[in-house]
Ligand binder design. Structure first.
Ligand code: CMC
Length: 430
């Protein structure tokens, strides 16, 4: 018999079904709560609220488990290309050879960005934040593909938009990187695989068509993109779903997701980690001083790259990427004092009772920032790389929301302001 939750309110008892996920997670289905009882639930930050059922990603924060469509992140990161994982997340199955080839080919057919968009891009002020540029560029894609404004087109037409986004995102990210360096755009080379093409557009030069990225760098970048590919109902994925639920286009929804990711408590943390480490170094390298600041409740400082809303024992992505970070630093022979500070801080925090008691461990952003820096990306570009990896996840969350015919997202509130007041004309107001 299925489980029932009972709520007693003002002397009356109400019953609500308990639903169970395929991994045994339980939820009380309160979708009829207000109509039955006149009450709503209050849950700021949605810490206890399931906003949807989903078949894309499973994570268990206590056990440190992350799986996409049933496959462990460890297996995917070790064995797959980013496009294979993207295909899995987008279409629900690991592709066979024919399917992946066809996916890759269709992506290569759409890698160029309209030159008209380039004119708008060139007008962005030099030094403007890459994430602002990225969300504007993705939003502007909708101006060039007006049919995509309608999210109710046949699946085949929607899929063309999906492919366009996957194809143009690396080109746009690399354009932003090149502009930041004052270098001309390097156009996509469609004989290269997705990751190598992105690295070529970022680090290759128009004047040097023979640039080839180091295989260690390609491998690390591929892994980083996979580790960021989806993370169920986080702040940016929820934003994509909320915006999409009003039947806004995929481009607008993804652009909103990019803006949500930008914040320092979400994807922006990877930039903040490196800036924090640089500050500690410039301030004399006293790691303990910064640990004490993070523990001081009167000080707003937080140890960036530590803690996670869901993972409360360890972040499985951090475990995988830490090995990659060590590999990249050794292979590239990087000798960076900031990285020494990172190691010291990690060791000191892992032993400190404040962090141990609160289960605050280094998250994926702590190590990803370290690798991005070693690869030669500037700190304010790190979150763009996170967005590049997260794209298939956002698209898939949007697709699931659309196919499940989710109603428009519209939470309620408990009003705590003034009750009805008598209106006073302006000349009589005190
Ligand atoms: N430094 C110092 N104290 C912390 C930190 C930190 N980084 N994170 C949490 N705490 C403390 C917090 O003050 C609270 O203490 P107390 O119980 O004494 O009041 C306790 O730990 C629980 O924190 P919380 O704020 O209730 O936890 P949350 O689940 O609301 O926040 C978080 C999660 C990720 C926003 C937070 O840990 C944080 O701000 N971390 C730093 C930013 C960061 O690295 N973000 C990237 C997350 S991973 C990428 C992604 O998936 O977006």
């Amino acid at each position: 018999m299925s489980e029932i939750a009972k709520i007693t309110l003002e002397g009356n008892e109400f019953e609500f079904p308990v639903i169970k996920g395929s991994e045994g997670e339980k939820a009380i289905d309160i979708s009829t709560l207000r109509s039955k009882t006149g009450h709503i639930t209050l849950d700021p930050g949605y810490k206890n609220t399931g906003s949807t059922t989903s078949e894309i990603t499973f994570l268990d924060g206590e056990k440190g488990i992350l799986r996409h469509r049933g496959y462990s992140i460890e297996d995917l990161a070790e064995n797959c290309s980013f496009l294979e994982v993207s295909y899995l997340i987008l279409y629900g199955k690991l592709p066979n050879k024919v399917e992946i080839e066809s996916f890759e080919t269709s992506i290569t057919e759409h890698t160029l960005v309209n030159e008209g968009l380039d004119a708008m891009f060139k007008a962005f002020p030099t030094g403007s934040h890459p994430m602002g540029q990225l969300s504007s560029m993705i939003s502007a894609l909708s101006l060039y593909y007006p049919k995509a404004l309608n999210p109710n087109r046949p699946e085949e037409a929607i899929n063309r938009t999906v492919i366009r986004l996957m194809a143009k995102m690396p080109t746009i990210c690399a354009m932003i990187f090149k502009k930041q360096n004052g270098h001309p755009t390097v156009y996509p080379k469609n004989n290269l695989d997705y990751v190598t093409n992105f690295l070529n557009m970022s680090f290759g030069q128009v004047a040097d068509p023979n640039y080839t990225p180091d295989p260690v760098v390609v491998k690390a970048m591929n892994k980083l993109l996979i580790l960021h590919a989806d993370h169920e109902q986080n702040c940016s994925a929820s934003t994509v779903r909320v915006v999409g639920s009003s039947q806004a286009s995929l481009y607008s929804s993804i652009s909103a997701g990019i803006s949500a990711l930008w914040g320092p408590l979400h994807g922006g943390a990877n930039q903040e980690v490196l800036e924090m480490l640089e500050n500690i170094k410039n301030d004399g390298g006293d790691v303990q001083k910064y640990l004490d600041k993070a523990k001081d409740k009167n000080d707003p400082f937080r140890l960036m790259g530590f803690g996670h809303r869901v993972y409360k024992n360890f972040d499985p992505r951090a475990k995988i990427i830490k090995t990659s970070a060590d590999e990249v630093l050794e292979k590239l022979g990087v000798n960076d004092p900031v990285l020494e500070i990172a190691k010291e801080l990690e060791q000191a925090a892992l032993k400190d009772p404040y962090f141990v008691e609160r289960k605050l461990f280094p998250n994926v952003d702590f190590y990803s920032g370290i690798i991005y820096r070693a690869l030669g990306f500037p700190t304010d570009f790190f979150t763009v790389l996170f967005a590049l990896g997260r794209l298939p996840g956002w698209i898939s969350q949007w697709q699931e929301m659309r196919r499940d015919k989710h109603p428009i997202a519209r939470p309620r509130q408990i009003y705590t302001g003034a009750t009805l007041r008598e209106f006073i004309p302006i000349d009589k107001r005190a």
